[in-house]
Design a protein around this ligand. Structure first.
Ligand SMILES: *[C@@H]1O[C@H](CO)[C@@H](O)[C@H](O)[C@H]1NC(C)=O
Ligand SMILES: *[C@@H]1O[C@H](CO)[C@@H](O)[C@H](O)[C@H]1NC(C)=O
Ligand SMILES: *[C@@H]1O[C@H](CO)[C@@H](O)[C@H](O)[C@H]1NC(C)=O
Ligand SMILES: *[C@@H]1O[C@H](CO)[C@@H](O)[C@H](O)[C@H]1NC(C)=O
Ligand SMILES: *[C@@H]1O[C@H](CO)[C@@H](O)[C@H](O)[C@H]1NC(C)=O
Ligand SMILES: *[C@@H]1O[C@H](CO)[C@@H](O)[C@H](O)[C@H]1NC(C)=O
Length: 216
């Protein structure tokens, strides 16, 4: 990595740290954060960006794990496809809440692909969901500035075939869920769908975690 790149990444990390309260990890939690990924509990969220159930869950419940630092024992995967499907007669993606949802699902997929660190991509995803709750999702591009994130990688991706390719992979993954999802948000904790108990996902995480951790 060129020095300029690493300086840039450091700058982003600092901006994220100082502008995104949920990401600010206090030093007392640092030991927990260093656990290797294999010891963590896998949590996958199958969702779509404009479903009220999903926006409420993300903004009011899921985000809390960044605040109480339960995220330090979770491998969190977001899968932004939900109930979208492919129209077989023209191969277009059709989304439950209209074309704008397809665009925002793709933006989320591109953010995840551009910034693999969950602390970074979750900032953008949270911001979009918060705007959705407020009925202002069309202002989603303001989220880049709010979180000090560069627009270019996500816009280049979401306006190109790369974004579609990411969405099609999420489509494939979502349609192969076994058992299939029956509503949204669909939350899976270590391979077990927790179904209508999704609001209590933190209890499932604690039960699955082999060790003790503050917050459980
Ligand atoms: C989820 O968030 C809602 C809204 O803030 C809150 O009323 C509810 O208690 C939360 N559920 C859990 C299990 O924390
Ligand atoms: C699927 O594509 C066909 C052909 O373009 C179109 O007539 C139809 O309205 C589309 N259906 C949906 C649900 O978008
Ligand atoms: C699409 O992805 C490829 C491979 O990751 C990358 O080289 C290319 O620059 C991307 N294209 C755009 C428009 O982002
Ligand atoms: C689709 O998903 C299935 C199950 O997750 C996986 O085995 C398969 O490789 C995927 N196919 C593509 C084209 O990604
Ligand atoms: C929203 O959540 C409620 C209760 O959890 C569920 O019955 C409903 O099917 C969900 N809506 C969608 C569109 O999945
Ligand atoms: C969590 O997922 C990773 C792959 O992403 C896998 O290697 C690991 O075994 C999973 N952990 C559990 C407890 O299922």
């Amino acid at each position: 990595m060129a020095p300029a790149d690493s300086a840039f990444i450091t700058m982003i990390a600092c901006l994220v740290f100082f502008t995104y309260p949920y990401v600010a990890v206090s030093s007392s939690h640092m030991k927990v954060s260093s656990f290797v990924d294999s010891q963590k509990v896998n949590v996958s969220l199958y969702y779509e960006t404009l479903s009220p159930n999903c926006t409420d869950f993300i903004v009011n419940n899921l985000t809390r794990v960044f605040d109480n630092n339960l995220i330090s024992i979770i491998n969190l995967r977001l899968v932004p496809w939900g109930n979208a499907y492919i129209n077989k007669s023209n191969n277009n993606i059709v989304c439950e809440h209209g074309p704008y949802e397809c665009q925002l699902n793709t933006v989320a997929a591109c953010a995840i692909d551009s910034w693999h660190g969950v602390n970074t991509h979750y900032g953008l995803i949270y911001c979009i969901e918060l705007l959705a709750i407020e009925g202002r999702y069309k202002e989603w591009q303001s989220c880049f500035d709010s979180y000090g994130l560069p627009k270019k990688p996500v816009l280049d991706c979401s306006n190109s075939a790369n974004g579609t390719k990411l969405e099609l992979a999420y489509a494939n993954e979502t349609t192969h869920l076994n058992p299939p999802h029956t509503f949204l948000p669909w939350v899976i904790v270590n391979n077990q769908p927790i179904r209508d108990d999704y609001m209590n996902f933190e209890a499932h995480v604690c039960k699955s975690y082999k060790g003790s951790v503050p917050g459980c």
